[in-house]
Design a protein around this ligand. Structure first.
Ligand code: NOJ
Length: 540
């Protein structure tokens, strides 16, 4: 009962702009989102993660913040936001927002002031240099658009530092005023009822010469300070780290339970795609075994896809080449160091693969984060530029603009998906609602199963190995609850003889369909699978 809520939850990521447009201007808004809470409740999710909702020029989809203290007028007002949070809470759904600390938009009044020169009180809020030679060891992240992390500022005759787009100057965290302001921002939104933050671009807050300017001790110290600030004034609010790093650099963000509550499991994500393609459990098992134990109060956030490209930064060169060769055959699918595709097109709309990937996501340690639209198998549009192809309007029905907006189609912020395979007339919520065998209804069942058994959220993990490497078997265990999950990674039917002797006497109950299997005995336990089949068992 004392389990922190985020350990046994399912999170749903959505962009307000893309979800539901109520005022008919072609962009989603809070009122539309409120109208769709029924849908989210029916899916069974526990928490909504909102992509940036702040006023912004929109050159990085809101990650270029121009004001941290209000709502983008296209999305509504602070009142609408408050009403949305209240209504979500009334249904037992929590809401987390974005905390974009590393940088602002160049349009932010702080930067507009700062660039007037050193006499400006805000000058020192950003990172300046007379030469672009400083911090040479810091990599460039948006390799498709940026050549350097420094950009010349004409008006003050200096270069400013930015880890992302050149229109996103980095804030100077060495300045105590910046650190204090971040706490003010956090306080503002927590007082309005937000349940926490997904913290953007965590590793890059500080810069130090001679380092790669990532994961510095100063960054950890500040996060601990921020966490202490939150813990002192609020209960049950969380910080979720976006730190795209290898396990060794990622795990320290949990520290001893006094930094982040949660962090995305970036390393495991691409490896789930590798595993089903190679039909081998190695990629997942190896990386999970490389992840050290995390503090009891902490939790991984696991995901298959999100609003960005499927990042391949945490891959070796060979792994990256492999991923490109099998998942990005058209060069247009590549974006920065990754692949700009949604889940369904990545797996060629193979329903069995989509279900298998979700079943693995839900069975591995961590709290699953679903990306809006993937629960109905939405398609993408790789021709929209940057990462916009995975951010198209939610497909609600087969009517005008997929039921997303009543505006003239030419006014939509982005076209709805119309390609034959993923056309909104076929792929939409209304149609899948009515079909008991739809992906949507499968997802609803899976969410329900997951939430019924706390060991999925917080249990220990152990792998069992069959001779057949195409099979992945794992046991999650907590407070006497034992869940045995077995997956066929191959696109062909398979069998496995699992040595489960230590579980002898247990009776496996399959959780999706309720079938009771023969008891486990002393002999190897035989399981057979259809292509990409899987079993989630509770052991009695
Ligand atoms: C990570 C976000 O997920 C991405 O969308 C954004 O472009 C960068 N941070 C920069 O804020």
């Amino acid at each position: 009962m004392n389990e922190p809520w985020y350990r046994n939850s399912v999170i749903y990521e959505l962009n307000i702009r893309a979800f539901m447009d109520e005022d008919g201007n072609g962009r989603g808004d809070f009122r539309g989102l409120i109208a769709r809470l029924d849908y989210l409740e029916s899916l069974g999710i526990d928490c909504i993660w909102l992509l940036p909702m702040y006023p912004s020029p929109g050159r990085d989809d809101g990650y270029d913040v121009a004001d941290y203290y209000s709502i983008n007028p296209e999305y509504g007002t602070l009142e609408d936001f408050r009403e949305f949070v209240d209504k979500a809470h009334a249904r037992g759904i929590r809401v987390i927002g974005e905390l974009v600390m590393n940088h602002t938009s160049e349009a932010h009044p702080w930067f507009q002031e700062a660039k007037k020169g050193p006499e400006s009180p805000f000058h020192d809020w950003y990172v300046w240099s007379d030469t672009p030679e400083r911090y040479r060891d810091a990599r460039i992240i948006f390799v498709d658009t940026e050549k350097s992390n420094w950009t010349w500022c004409e008006s003050c005759g200096k270069y400013y530092w930015h880890r992302f787009f050149s229109h996103q100057p980095d804030l100077n965290f060495d300045n105590p005023a910046v650190r204090d302001e971040m706490k003010n921002i956090v306080r503002f939104w927590l007082d309005l009822g937000l349940d926490g933050f997904r913290v953007d671009a965590v590793p890059y807050l500080f810069e130090r010469e001679g380092t790669n300017c990532e994961n510095l001790e100063e960054t950890h110290a500040f996060i601990r300070e921020l966490r202490a600030f939150i813990d002192a004034g609020y209960h049950g609010r969380i910080l979720l780290a976006e730190a795209n790093q290898w396990p060794e650099d990622l795990v320290p963000y949990f520290s001893s339970g006094d930094e982040f509550h949660m962090a995305y499991n970036f390393p495991v994500m691409p490896r789930m795609f590798m595993a089903i393609r190679q039909e081998h459990h190695g990629p997942i098992v190896d990386i999970m075994q490389r992840l050290p134990q995390i503090p009891e109060s902490c939790q991984w956030a696991t995901f298959l896809r999100n609003h960005d490209e499927l990042t391949l930064e945490m891959c070796t060169d060979a792994e990256r080449d492999y991923m490109y060769s099998v998942y990005a055959r058209d060069p247009q699918m590549k974006c920065n160091v990754g692949i700009r595709r949604r889940l369904a097109p990545l797996v060629e709309n193979d329903r069995r693969k989509i279900e298998l990937l979700h079943a693995m996501l839900f069975a591995l340690p961590g709290t699953p984060v679903l990306y809006y639209g993937d629960e109905i198998g939405m398609g993408d549009n790789i021709w929209l530029g940057d990462r916009n192809g995975v951010r198209t309007p939610m497909q609600w029905n087969d009517g005008r603009n997929a039921g997303f907006s009543r505006c003239a189609p030419s006014r939509l912020y982005a076209p709805v998906i119309m390609d034959p395979l993923y056309n909104f007339t076929a792929v939409n919520v209304e149609a899948q609602d009515a079909d008991p065998n739809s992906l949507l209804n499968f997802m609803r069942r899976l969410v329900r199963v997951r939430k019924q058994y706390p060991a999925f959220g917080a249990g220990t993990l152990r792998f069992f190995f069959a001779e057949n490497k195409r099979i992945m078997a794992l046991l999650r265990e907590r407070d006497g609850e034992r869940l045995l999950c077995v997956f066929n990674l191959a696109n062909s039917c398979q069998y496995a003889m699992l040595d489960l002797q230590e579980l002898a006497g247990c009776v496996p109950h399959e959780l999706m369909d309720g079938t009771v299997f023969p008891p486990i005995g002393d002999l190897p336990y035989l399981l057979t699978f259809g292509p990409h089949g899987f079993y989630l068992f509770r052991l009695e």
